[in-house]
Design a protein around this ligand. Structure first.
Ligand code: PBG
Length: 328
């Protein structure tokens, strides 16, 4: 006879080792991709005010940071750049000695085994802060594709192991794949920010990367938070265009999207636990309103349980330390 009192789910919850045996989701360092910001200059690490514990590093300070990331067992970092100068064609994004290109070379020299993912977007390099070429007040999709493809090739030339377009232009995965193949990089994979929403959770990142749009917003290309079915179309199209892995972003308010994507697509699936999600936890923890360690491990476990293979998170280093200490 199924049911109480024959069935008591508490039986398997009575002891910590038993709970470990029935645990369905295990977090580990291999799940994480750690975001890093790189800026011009020498010998500096500047804390980002709205992201306590996260820094903008000059290129010479990156190797030590990445060595620590590697020591913690994290296999990959993703790079974002703050260029020396910005213009209307995002020259800094595809300059051979651009800030991220320099960072990639420095990291690969110091820690060759680290998987270096390079974010591909133009907003950090555009004077107006938009993700593409602006014509008549709107982002011109097709005029932007060529610049994105050039950026991806330039990052591959610098030694990036993976490129991750986050711009949300239509057709960019195909354009990038074509360019990489034509320029001798058929084995550089594309992690597409396929379902990227127009989210207020990116606020602290835009401070960190100085990439807030000077006018308007990103709603003509990033997705409406109200839509889930459309996210499945975005993912399916990016896979058709040749994406090797796809991302849902942000993570926490979009776990249903992540779950649905997991159910439908048998490809590596990433979730970006974004800057605003990080800032909320840090702010509450600083006031003693939340137990940071418990909250972070719960959040990351939930993102993995929902279906993420890879979690891009600013908590990655702390999480690895806490996982080694154990007891949760
Ligand atoms: C675009 C980009 C953004 C983020 C990652 N890549 C910002 C945006 O779309 O405005 C946000 C990441 C975060 O909030 O942590 N280059």
């Amino acid at each position: 006879m199924a049911g109480f009192p024959t069935v008591r789910l508490r039986r398997l919850r009575m002891k910590a080792p038993l709970r470990r045996m029935v645990r369905e989701t295990a977090l580990g360092p291999d799940d994480f991709i750690y975001p890093l910001f790189v800026m011009p200059g020498k010998g500096q690490a500047e804390e980002i005010p709205s992201m306590p514990g996260q820094f903008r590093f000059t290129v010479d300070r990156l190797p030590a940071e990445v060595e620590e990331v590697a020591r913690l067992g994290i296999p990959a970092v993703i790079l974002f750049g703050i260029p020396e100068a910005k213009d209307e064609v995002a020259s800094g994004a595809y300059a051979p000695d651009g800030i991220v290109q320099q960072a990639v070379r420095a990291i690969k020299r110091a820690v060759p085994e680290m998987v270096v993912v390079a974010d591909v977007c133009l907003c950090e390099y555009m004077s107006h802060g938009h993700c593409g070429v602006v014509r008549g007040g709107v982002v011109d999709n097709d005029a932007t594709l060529d610049l994105l493809a050039r950026t991806a090739v330039s990052l591959a030339e610098a030694g990036a192991d993976m490129v991750a377009p986050s711009d949300m232009m239509d057709g960019r995965v195909a354009a990038i794949r074509r360019a990489l193949d034509a320029q001798g990089f058929p084995l550089v994979p594309i992690l597409s920010y396929a379902a990227k929403y127009a989210s207020a959770f990116y606020g602290p990142f835009r401070d960190a990367a100085c990439s807030a749009p000077a006018f308007g917003d990103r709603r003509s290309h990033q997705m409406d938070p109200a839509n889930r079915r459309e996210a499945m179309r975005e993912i399916a199209l990016d896979l058709e265009e040749g994406a090797d892995a796809v991302m849902v972003k942000p993570a926490l308010a979009y776990l249903d999207v992540l779950r649905e994507a997991r159910r439908r697509f048998d490809v590596p699936l990433a979730a970006y636990n974004v800057s605003g999600e990080y800032a909320m936890v840090k702010a509450a923890a600083a006031r003693g309103w939340l137990d940071e360690r418990a909250i972070v491990l719960e959040i990351l476990t939930a993102i993995k349980r929902a279906g993420a293979d890879w979690i891009l998170t600013y908590h990655a280093k702390d999480a690895c330390r806490w996982l080694v200490e154990g007891g949760c």
